[in-house]
Write a protein that binds this ligand. Structure first.
Ligand code: HEM
Length: 357
């Protein structure tokens, strides 16, 4: 968020990440964990915070205008859809929890596989109809796709459809923009405002099954009832254990472009400069645990050295590992992390779009 990756130069140059982990299920009921990525064919391009502010001071909706202009000029933006796959079982060998949304799956271990593409080839004819009423949500799945135990995915899945029933209406899935195109729908769901169709079947008056009078029928199952790994254990509300919250942050800092590092440091100095001293100290402590250079540079910008924060104890909610405790005892003097051979999708080349003033 603090680096230019959070400020794409345009929608056409924005990279997309699913963040949540889903499952793929095949006809035999075998499952694989999957993460989705959209890679722009146009390349990834970003703005510094001050260049973005220059644009915003003079223009409203610059990204939307850029997208319309490009499509209308026939310069159709295209993204490649890629997936990372992971065997669906416990992974004690990983130093992070693969279902923790704050972590990425390192690409040298989980390479990206191309599976499709998306081309934006026209602009909406009617914005309200085709855009405002769209209801995207994490809970709308096609056959072969299933949820994982990713905690945030579970939360989002309840939240989006509830919001959409409120925002658009109880029958939002019947709107053409939200309904499937190549299949018939048979939910048995009936009535409520703005209902304009009843599910197929032999008798439109019967909304339950089984019935000798006809009505819709549940589709035949295409996949086995039992699928995925077998678990034995207790379902808990426990926190994620293997957090490893600093390593990927430090690696990310080292793997992004030099100009992005400079802007990230400047953005942290700007934001933390406005905070109270105890918050500033704690944040420098966190940044130093992630990567020396990041903590030292931001600290220098707001007048806080490793000596000033060395006395801080880990937070009560933290359970630091041995390597993290070792970093803590050498705070500010750990040297750069070893990122040789590391590949992170979030660190693909990012070209700076410079704004004329
Ligand atoms: C990885 C984290 C998340 C991402 C990337 C994400 C992304 C998005 C995006 C892109 C939108 C659409 C905004 C728009 O149409 O202008 C959205 C809407 C929404 N998000 Fe999230 N979200 C995340 C987490 C969550 C969580 C944890 C919740 C709740 C538990 C949540 C609840 C919602 C709701 C209710 C909407 C509005 C849906 C609608 O009315 O169509 N989101 N989110």
């Amino acid at each position: 968020v603090f680096s230019p990756r959070g400020i794409p130069a345009s929608y056409r140059h924005q990279q997309g990440f699913g963040v949540n982990t889903y499952r793929w299920v095949n006809n035999a009921g075998e499952t694989t964990l999957v993460k989705y990525h959209w890679i722009p064919k146009q390349g990834v391009k970003s703005l510094t915070a001050s260049d973005a502010a220059t644009i915003q001071a003079a223009e409203l909706g610059s990204h939307t205008k850029d997208l319309y202009a490009a499509i209308e000029a026939g310069d159709l933006p295209e993204w490649e859809l890629k997936v990372q796959l992971m065997d669906d079982h416990d992974h004690p060998e990983l130093d992070f929890d693969p279902l923790d949304d704050t972590k990425v799956w390192p690409e040298e271990q989980f390479p990206l596989h191309p599976v499709g593409r998306m081309v934006l080839d026209r602009t909406p004819e009617n914005f309200f109809l085709e855009n405002e009423q769209i209801a995207f949500g994490t809970g709308v799945l096609v056959d072969g796709l299933d949820f994982s135990e990713d905690k945030m995915l579970v939360g989002r899945t309840f939240s989006y459809s509830d919001t959409q029933r409120h925002r658009v209406g109880a029958n939002y899935l019947q709107l053409p923009v939200n309904s499937p195109k190549a299949t018939t729908v048979a939910t048995n769901q009936r009535d409520a405002p703005m209902s304009f169709a009843v599910d197929g079947g032999t008798n439109p008056h019967i909304n339950y099954e089984p019935s000798t009078l006809g009505g819709v029928h549940e589709a035949a199952r295409t996949a086995p009832v039992e699928q995925g790994p077998e678990y034995s254990g207790r379902l808990t509300r426990a926190k994620i254990e293997r957090t490893n919250d600093y390593q990927q942050v430090g690696e990310h800092y080292l793997l992004i472009e030099a100009w992005e590092r400079d802007d990230m440091v400047a953005n942290f100095i700007d934001a933390l400069g406005q905070c109270d001293r105890p918050i500033q100290e704690r944040m420098i402590w966190h940044l130093l645990l992630a990567e020396d250079e990041l903590g030292l540079k931001v600290g220098a910008g707001i007048g806080i050295s490793p000596e000033d924060v060395r006395h801080l104890e880990p937070l009560a909610t933290q359970n630091l590992t041995e390597p993290e405790l070792a970093r803590l005892s050498g705070l500010g003097k750990n040297g750069p992390r070893d990122v040789a051979g590391k590949v992170m999708t979030h660190c693909v080349p990012n070209k700076r779009e410079i704004v004329a003033r």
